[in-house]
Design a protein around this ligand. Structure first.
Ligand SMILES: Cc1cc2nc3c(=O)[nH]c(=O)nc-3n(C[C@H](O)[C@H](O)[C@H](O)COP(=O)(O)OP(=O)(O)OC[C@H]3O[C@@H](n4cnc5c(N)ncnc54)[C@H](O)[C@@H]3O)c2cc1C
Length: 477
């Protein structure tokens, strides 16, 4: 037994799949038997679909997730757009559409079914872990959500980034025949109305109609216990829909938090997902961040458990991931400040400050903190694009769970290496970045780039953390 994962939410379940593919012996525990039934995530991005691809689950997930190119608009109380997500962000770098909308229970079901492919992964549902000491001396990964037991055992320090606000979250099953349903914009609406801030998301087809998400900020005087009473709920969204257009499917009140922990590892204990960071959902990225954690951690755990890399490789995990988590939460808090303004005078002043212009924002792209990569500027530390190869496959299919070297065919000729070599792949993109070859880690993040063969050979030897995982020699001929 190599690894225990506490929590079989989306992060624990994806990590279980990735570690199953690494061939490790894994036990996953969850106190609940069924997936969480109340409304939570509805959006993931193209990098996350690429990650599902790496877990061999993209086709299954594509069958129920809706690709979305409509974007997000922050509108004022009169419906004028103040802020929107930059359109060129929609062009996918990862070989997949840049935004997907989905129903979280379906996703969690697909991830759990994926675990059944691995005889080396055992799932213990209805099993609450009371203490990490119960799990023996193996690695214990806390994917145990916002009230993490493992986080307490580590004693990590919470950094509160300032936003803590209750919201009502409901899923509606809408009647597609309704003219009012058809009139709602297809893009995500962030309604910055000081009378009642809210978010409306176009989720996708569902049995019994079309699912739309409404997230509605609680205002002073609201009684959380009665917010979904018909006479309270429908008037709040009357400008779009009424009970004749849609049926309330499920609802919950959450307090949105913005916090990141310092201390994601202590010896054999590690954290991933909501256990080590929580963001308000305005960017649709909380779960995505946790799934990126799983991707970063899985190949490192595989290498360390198999003895191919030193234990210190695991120390690069938090160093690499935390800056991106913080950047996303900071942007969500910033945009949340626009959305959650309830002072009418300040909201009017805010609207005037836009003076007819529209602010745009992009998703912060991850550049890994300085962990297992060369100390070079971007694109080193960013994710390499995923082109389609001449044989029709997406690039990652040709690489599997290995290091890879891509780039100029002449420069790579005759190279003897443990990495998968893909001559001629990504050369134009590399040329735009002043390089001829790139070394990709098993999670497709760029370990280093090179302009010459000597630089490439030197690069493969420069990271002690990658010792044993990657070697490279000149041609023997
Ligand atoms: C309203 C809302 C909207 C959101 N929208 C988005 C979105 O659009 N996109 C996005 O990316 N994210 C979104 N999120 C965030 C996303 O839902 C969470 O980040 C994600 O579910 C966290 O996954 P996790 O696996 O880390 O934790 P969880 O899903 O909380 O799973 C933790 C699991 O651990 C189990 N557990 C805990 N303690 C123990 C124990 N001691 N023993 C055994 N089992 C235990 C629990 O039963 C649970 O199943 C949203 C969240 C909310 C609330």
């Amino acid at each position: 037994m190599d690894i225990a994962i506490i929590g079989c939410g989306p992060v624990g379940a994806l990590l279980g799949n990735l570690l199953g593919a690494e061939g490790l012996s894994v036990d996953i525990y969850d106190r609940e038997r069924d997936v969480y039934p109340l409304p939570r995530a509805v959006h993931f991005d193209g990098e996350i679909m690429r990650l599902f691809q790496s877990a061999g689950l993209a086709n299954e997930i594509k069958a129920f997730a809706r690709p979305g190119t409509e974007g997000t608009h922050f509108v004022n109380g009169q419906g004028r757009t103040l802020v929107r997500r930059q359109h060129d962000d929609m062009a996918s770098h990862n070989g997949w559409t840049a935004s997907w909308y989905f129903h979280q229970p379906l996703l969690e079901g697909a991830l759990r079914r994926g675990l059944a492919r691995y005889p080396n992964v055992r799932v213990h549902l209805g099993h609450e872990v009371g203490s990490v000491d119960e799990l023996g001396h193996r690695f214990v990964i806390g994917c145990d959500g916002a009230r993490s037991l493992v986080r307490h055992a580590i004693g990590s320090r919470r950094i509160d980034l300032g936003l803590n606000q209750p919201w009502l979250v409901v899923d509606l099953l809408c009647d597609l025949e309704s003219a009012r349903v058809q009139a709602i914009p297809a893009y995500t609406l962030q309604v910055c109305d000081p009378a009642r801030p809210m978010t409306a998301v176009n989720v996708g087809p569902a049995r019994g109609g079309w699912r739309r998400r409404w997230e509605i900020m609680l205002m002073p005087g609201d009684d959380p216990a009665h917010l979904t009473d018909p006479e309270v709920f429908w008037p709040m969204i009357a400008r779009w829909l009424g009970p004749e257009d849609a049926r309330l499917e499920r609802a919950a009140v959450y307090t949105f938090h913005s916090a990141v922990q310092e201390g994601w590892r202590k010896g054999r204990l590690l954290l991933a997902g909501d256990a080590c960071h929580q963001t308000p959902p305005f960017l649709g990225q909380g779960m995505c961040a946790g799934l990126r954690d799983a991707a970063n951690l899985s190949w490192k755990l595989g290498a360390v458990v198999r003895g191919e890399a030193p234990d210190s490789l695991l120390d690069s995990y938090e160093v690499e991931r935390r800056p991106h988590v913080r950047a996303f939460i900071a942007l969500a808090v910033d945009l949340g400040g626009i959305l959650q303004e309830t002072d009418r005078a300040k909201a009017a002043e805010r609207d005037r400050s836009y003076d007819g212009s529209i602010r745009t924002y992009r998703y912060p792209q991850q550049q890994l903190g300085l962990g297992c990569r060369l100390d070079q500027p971007a694109p080193v530390g960013t994710i390499f694009p995923q082109p389609c190869l001449d044989d029709g496959r997406l690039m990652d299919e040709a690489i599997g769970r290995h290091f890879a070297i891509v780039g100029d065919a002449e420069l790579l000729k005759g190279l003897r290496t443990s990495a998968v070599v893909l001559p001629g792949v990504g050369t134009e993109w590399l040329a735009e970045h002043g390089a001829k070859a790139a070394i990709l880690r098993p999670d497709r993040y760029i370990f280093g780039v090179a302009r010459t063969r000597d630089e490439l050979l030197a690069a493969t030897r420069r990271s002690p953390a990658s010792f044993g995982l990657l070697w490279c020699e000149p041609s023997s001929s």
